[in-house]
Design a protein around this ligand. Structure first.
Ligand code: GLN
Length: 197
């Protein structure tokens, strides 16, 4: 199984390293030919507006949406989740324009609010209990979105302050936090297992 990391913008290297720690040999995906060649894909965190624009410019948006719709396993972290979300909504704490990530896949039945912790605190860490993991996972949140709504077939694998932070819908996994920052590759292992199943 060949796992790709979308290499347009964001913490691409950190995800490559985490996948390597988890036993995979990830390849970079920047063009449609590379996308055709992978069996699964990680969409890193970064700036969802920028990654979306680049997906559009590199003619990757439609091909990627089609691969995801046809069952390719995909894992989006933070900005990656925002790109996967069907809906972006505003809440009272949000900073900036919630609608300025127009180029999205919109594949996953969740609604997110961008930068939802923005006015309270930009970045923070916390220990999460994650379904399927025996020990707590140290999660890093960086200008993170919140998940405000999940569809009926979206499975919630972890929550923080009563909101989902790790979710799965069929072939799609997504987190509001960054699991690639701490050297603990267990969430990437979960994704590899999911992709191999
Ligand atoms: N705040 C970013 C966005 O809206 C996401 C931050 C991240 O990926 N760490 O796209």
């Amino acid at each position: 199984m060949k796992i790709g990391v979308l290499g347009l913008q964001g913490d691409v290297r950190e995800h490559q390293r985490a996948l390597e720690t988890a036993g995979a040999s990830p390849v970079l995906v920047k063009h449609a030919a590379e996308l055709n060649d992978v069996d699964a894909l990680v969409i890193p965190g970064g700036e969802s507006t920028t990654i979306g624009k680049l997906l559009d410019r590199f003619a990757l948006l439609d091909p990627l949406r089609e691969r995801v719709a046809s069952g390719m396993p995909v894992y989006g972290t933070c900005a990656g989740l925002i790109l996967m979300a069907a809906e972006v909504v505003l809440d009272e704490f949000a900073v900036g324009n919630p609608h300025d990530a127009p180029h999205r896949l919109g594949s996953m039945d969740v609604a997110v609010t961008r930068n939802a912790y923005g006015r309270q605190v930009d970045s923070f860490e916390t220990d999460l209990d994650i379904a399927g993991l025996d020990e707590p996972f140290r999660a890093v949140f960086i200008r993170a979105p919140t998940i405000e709504r999940t569809g009926a077939d979206v499975e919630v694998l972890a929550t923080f302050e009563d909101r989902p932070v790790l979710v799965r819908q069929r072939n799609m996994l997504a987190s509001t936090f960054h699991p690639e920052m701490t050297g603990d590759a267990r969430v990437h292992e979960l994704f590899i297992q999911m992709a191999a199943a």
